[in-house]
Design a binder for this molecule. Sequence first.
Ligand code: SF4
Ligand code: SF4
Length: 168
Amino acid sequence: MSLDFEFRKQIMDFHIGSEAIKYCYQCNRCTDNCPVAAVTMDFYGTSGYNPRHIILGSLLGFKDLLLNADKLAIWGCTVCDTCDEVCPQHIELTEVFSFLKNVSTAKGDAPDSIYAQAKAIYDSAKAIPSQPAIEKRREQLGLPPVAVPDVNELQTLLKNIGADKKLK
Ligand code: SF4
Ligand code: SF4
């Protein structure tokens, strides 16, 4: 396990509020209130999803530890934002987790479901492609049809940031 100061700096730079993460005093309130931790951590807190551990690892620059761990360590977060709301130091934990997810994705280590959803968005400009059953239900409820997105426009935007190459 080694420290990576460049990685640490990247997290500091990415994090909204810049220096706030430095003030994490490991109170564990984020983990105590995290619904994912509640259903994945064992009694002693030694395994399962633990946002406090991720913040500590990020703060110390333990890149290998974070990125080479079980995928749950990074991808377990559902971005419910509870930890952001309860942190007494006003740390935007989910900003740090987004950064880690981006790094993991760039390495090609994201879960298959993430790439599949990204591909669906690229192909159809929708996170959840329309289905006849949904359209029928909307009609029954008196809702208008879902507007057809401009797939070409979205693909142009995604190509401009190189997302199409990452999907390959
Ligand atoms: S709630 Fe905030 S200060 Fe407490 S451990 Fe979590 S990130 Fe650190
Ligand atoms: S945002 Fe993620 S880490 Fe924070 S409480 Fe929700 S699931 Fe847990």
